[in-house]
Structures are given as C-alpha cells and as structure tokens.
Design a protein around this ligand. Structure first.
Ligand SMILES: *Cc1c(COP(=O)(O)O)cnc(C)c1O
Length: 368
C-alpha cells in the first residue's frame, strides 16, 4: 500500500537548485548575509508586503529573539493550542506563559478573554495564526494599545496569507514566520521576523550574529542564528514556485471540502471573510461524528495514511512545564485538542488520494 504522510515538502527541480548554487563554488562565500541571503530578504519583503524583515536559521529561534527584543520580562498572554515552540520560546526567554482560551470558530485566541488575564506583569500578547487562520488582529491591537502591550504573532502557519488586502506580516509589532521543510514555503530549516519599526532592524541583525557591530566591537550578548547561502538559495527557488504550490494546495483543499461538507458531526475549517488563505493545513473537527477523532486516526493509519493530531495535547499539559507556573483552564481548547485531526495536505497530493481518504472516513464503522 502507498504511504501517505500528513505533508510532503515542496521542492524546485533538482536542476534548478543545482544551477542556483553553482556560483557558491566560485565565490566560496557560504554564509554571513551573502548575496542569496540579501536577495531573499528583498524578495520576501515584496512577497509578504512587510516594511522590514530579518532572516533566521529557524522560526523558533526567531521567536526567541523577538521576545528578547522586548527588553522586559514578565507574563506573555498566549494560547496552548499550538506547536510546543510557541510556549517554549516564552519560557526559554525567561517569561511566564499565561494561557488564554481559543475560539471554537477558528481556533485562534479568544480576544474577549484576553483583558481579564492582563496584570501589572503582562508585557506582551503572543497569539498564533493557527492553520493560517487570521486572529482578530484589530481587537488585539486595541487591547494592546489600551494596556501598552506589545503584540508578537506566531505566523509560522501564515506565509502568504492576506487580510483586508494587506499582508498578514503587517499586523502587530513583530511576526514570526517558519521556513521549516513542512511549511507552505520553506528553506529546509529557516525562519524570519517581520516588523514595522526600523529601530528593530539593526538590533535583530546584530543579535543573530554574536552581537558583533564591527570586527573589534561587540555591543550585545548575541547568539548565532544566521541563514546560510544554501538555504537562502533554496528559498529563492521555492519562492518562484510559491504561488503555483499554493494554488495546487487550493485544489486539494477544495476537493476535501466537496467530499466532506455537510456531513453530520464533521466540522471543516472556517472560510474567514476578507482573508486570502494559503491552504497550509486541512483540519477536521469530529464532533459527535459516528467515529471519534482517535478512531479516524487509527482507521487511516491502517490504510497507510498518516494524519496528525495537530495540536494534541495542549502545550499547557506538557511535563516540561509541570511545577514551573500556574496553568489556566482553557475549556474550548481542551475540547478542540481532543477532537481535531489534520488530514494529509500538500501541493502534490493526488486528487484520487483525497477521494480515497474521504471514502475511508465516510465509510468507516465504529468498532466499539
Ligand atoms: C513550525 C512552527 C514553529 C517553529 O518553527 P521552526 O522553523 O520549525 O523552528 C513555531 N510555531 C508554530 C505554530 C509552528 O508550526
């Protein structure tokens, strides 16, 4: 039986990439903000419609640098329905995560529950555009302004997403994008911060390169999180095919929708108004369906189809945090995490396989 994973990395043609990196054998300049790095920055500024960008060796470390740039430590309001990286970044930078519940409609932070979590220790809000679904950016902005808080978005899932005609990167103080191999656009490993404040540019650039200002001057205790030329070259090749890949994903997404819409107990991802999606994931909520989420997961696995329980369990339940801080109760997130399943979703997923996956889900019988 053919194995189908939840995702499969997009790649440019082999020849295209080899041709791209050929010049590295002439210049022998492999990292430290080389020509590919600079070109990728420029092209991403255009693509994401953001004023400023800094590239990183991965999205997680970029998020840590974003939080470090706030220059204050305290409580950060976030959600537990995310990849563990979001919560880790808060804790590893010496902050305390305060878990806010999510909305049943689109799984993003419930903005109506943020204010009651704000204390005199709160420094920032860190919402997640989960599955590429757009948070209520306007309301979050209002709350942040009223309480003088920074907003850092985990936009790891939201590459290319637009809201009201603007790139998602333009909302909030800073957004983090992941260019991991499993994401819509990737550099193998890689990531970026986007922001509107030019004052952050030098700081971000210097911090990811050991805090070095010049050969004999080190002004910050920085680290090393630079994106090298091989990865930047992969990014340049992948950016050329990004729109094509997203439109192929769209076809897969729509086929799933056709197959699964209107079935009792199956809730598909909301189509948000005024949002241009990137079709990064295909989450399905099994809510009183004839099969539970776990039964569907096993049934697909028996057919060599590897769906993923994104995101299960909630990050707030991880052992790594036990005894570190107080946990908030997030009842909606708890319900979603127990019932949601991400079906295989990638540009080259064959339509006949989408149909097969849906048939298995529809024809499956509960064995209990
Ligand atoms: C992928 C991901 C990250 C981390 O990005 P990396 O590039 O893998 O370090 C952070 N948050 C979310 C929600 C992600 O999906």
């Amino acid at each position: 039986m053919k194995r189908i994973n939840v995702t499969q990395s997009s790649l440019p043609s082999y020849e295209k990439y080899i041709e791209k990196i050929r010049s590295l054998w002439d210049t022998k300049f492999l990292t430290n903000m080389g020509v590919f790095h600079m070109e990728l920055e420029k092209k991403l500024i255009e693509y994401l419609k953001t004023p400023y960008i800094s590239l990183y060796s991965n999205g997680h470390i970029a998020l840590e640098y974003a939080l470090e740039s706030l220059e204050r430590k305290g409580e950060v309001i976030t959600t537990p329905f995310t990849f563990v990286s979001t919560t880790h970044a808060i804790v590893r930078t010496g902050n305390i995560p305060i878990f806010c519940d999510i909305k049943e409609s689109d799984y993003t932070i419930d903005e109506t529950k943020i204010e009651s979590l704000i204390t005199d220790k709160t420094i920032a809000i860190l919402p997640v555009h989960v599955y590429g679904n757009v948070c209520n950016v306007e309301e979050i902005e209002k709350i942040a302004q009223k309480h003088n808080l920074k907003v850092v978005y985990d936009a790891a899932h939201a590459f290319g997403v637009k809201y009201k005609g603007k790139g998602i990167a333009t909302y909030g103080d800073i957004s983090m994008f992941s260019f991991h191999a499993t994401k819509v656009f990737h550099t193998g490993e890689g990531g970026a911060l986007t922001y509107n404040n030019i004052a952050l540019k030098q700081k971000f650039e210097v911090l990811k390169n050991f805090g070095i200002i010049s050969q004999e001057e080190v002004s910050y205790v920085g680290g090393n999180a630079k994106l090298d030329e091989f990865r930047a070259a992969m990014g340049l090749c992948n950016l050329e095919i990004a729109d094509e890949e997203i439109s192929k994903r769209k076809a897969v997404f729509e086929r799933y929708e056709e197959n699964l819409k209107g079935i009792k107990g199956i809730k598909l991802n909301l189509r948000q108004p005024e949002v241009v999606q990137n079709y990064a994931y295909f989450p399905v909520l099994f809510d009183n369906y004839k099969l539970t989420r776990d039964q569907v997961f096993i049934l697909l696995k028996e057919n060599e189809i590897y769906a993923r329980k994104y995101f299960y369990p909630l990050t707030s339940s991880f052992k790594a945090y036990s005894n570190l801080f107080e946990m908030q109760e997030t009842l909606v997130a708890l319900k979603i995490t127990d019932n949601i399943l991400c079906l295989p979703m990638y540009a080259n997923l064959e339509i006949s396989d989408v149909d097969r996956i849906c048939d298995i889900i529809k024809e499956g019988e509960s064995k209990i």
